[in-house]
Design a protein around this ligand. Structure first.
Ligand code: ADE
Ligand code: ZN
Length: 326
């Protein structure tokens, strides 16, 4: 259909993309073979990633990431991901990068990974017209002490390509406020803040990310819908949600897209944006997300244009970069 084709082709901004989570299974299999690492257990017979549930997904994610061993491996992944994203109409993206995976928390090693990724991203910007920025990310289930190592890497890396600090990982481990020290350090280093909240836990978790960590954006945040006072707080404070509908449906956060609250949150005045999270893991792409939302909620081009404007306004890049894209 003509309408859906036009919507798939729109220029898109993606704010929530885990860097290793964007790695196609063929790419990871290829690296595993090169390095003689046996991770065949993380693949289905058809070649796709195999996992049972969210917690198992996190361990499969870490196994896939274990074959990305050098800055050059990350540079190769960066080139592959950006070529594909640009093909799919993405013009601006932010990606989560973790010092825990890139150099094991060592600042000097982290800088080498960052340098390799940034150089590749800048080359891709020239050839494909896609702009990428990085969000340095701690992993919740690795605990608050390891998060401080990530925050230290952030504070000791003065690099304007790194625009934010975030937290991913298992939301059922610990509390948002356990990570306040790290978020404070990142804020003092001039970084913008986001945290995964309200993907698995309820509205209170979303409130705590805003009140205890002072984030401007929330990863997911969709379970805020269970308490309209929290929804209204998000609208009033102009917090932007990085919503990943395909991820939520694939992982069973909601049984189907028509039961997903993205449209209701938007109707109530919350700033919602659309991202893929870990696209090959959840069998999704940005054009697929747009098509599915257009079909399910009868969203037209104007809605998507508005969502992309919201996303660019909430982007963590500097204003000159933002103005060049808007
Ligand atoms: N890491 C990668 N994807 C994630 C998700 N959807 N939630 C939390 N941590 C993640
Ligand atoms: Zn995520």
């Amino acid at each position: 259909e003509e309408r859906l084709h036009a919507i798939r082709a729109l220029p898109k901004t993606e704010l929530h993309l885990h860097f290793e989570g964007a790695a196609p299974p063929d790419f990871i299999r290829g690296l595993a073979k090169e390095k003689h690492v046996d991770i065949s257990r993380i693949f289905n017979p058809d070649g796709s990633y195999a996992y049972r549930d969210f917690v198992h997904f996190l361990s499969v994610y870490e196994a896939a990431t274990s074959v990305l061993k050098t800055p050059e491996d990350y540079a190769r992944l960066c080139a592959a991901v950006l070529e594909e994203s640009a093909e799919q109409g993405v013009i601006y993206a932010e990606t989560f990068l973790s010092p825990d995976f890139c150099g094991g928390g060592d600042v000097a090693a982290w800088r080498e990974y960052l340098h390799a990724i940034r150089e590749t991203a800048e080359a891709a910007e020239k050839t494909h017209g896609i702009t990428l920025r990085g969000i340095i990310t701690c992993i919740r289930h690795f605990g608050p002490e390891q998060a401080k190592t990530a925050a230290r890497c952030a504070a000791e890396t003065k690099d304007d390509w790194l625009v934010g600090f975030g937290m991913a990982g298992d939301e059922n481990k610990g509390k948002q406020r356990d990570f306040a020290y790290s978020f404070d350090m990142a804020r003092e280093a001039g970084l913008h803040l986001t945290s995964h909240a309200g993907e698995w836990r309820g509205p209170q978790e979303v409130r705590e990310a805003v009140e205890d960590l002072g984030v401007a954006r929330i990863g997911h945040g969709v379970r805020a819908i269970g308490d309209l006072a929290v929804v209204d707080m998000l609208a009033e404070r102009e917090i932007t949600l990085e919503v990943c509908p395909g991820s939520n449906v694939f992982l069973g956060v909601f049984p189907s897209l028509d039961k997903h609250p993205i449209d209701a949150l938007r109707d109530r005045g919350v700033r919602v944006t659309v991202s893929t999270d870990d696209p090959p893991f959840f069998h999704t792409t940005m054009p697929d997300e747009y098509e599915n939302l257009a079909k399910t909620f009868r969203w037209d081009e104007e809605v998507f244009t508005d969502i992309n404007r919201t996303a660019m306004q909430a982007a963590f890049c500097d204003d000159a970069t933002r103005d060049a894209i808007l």
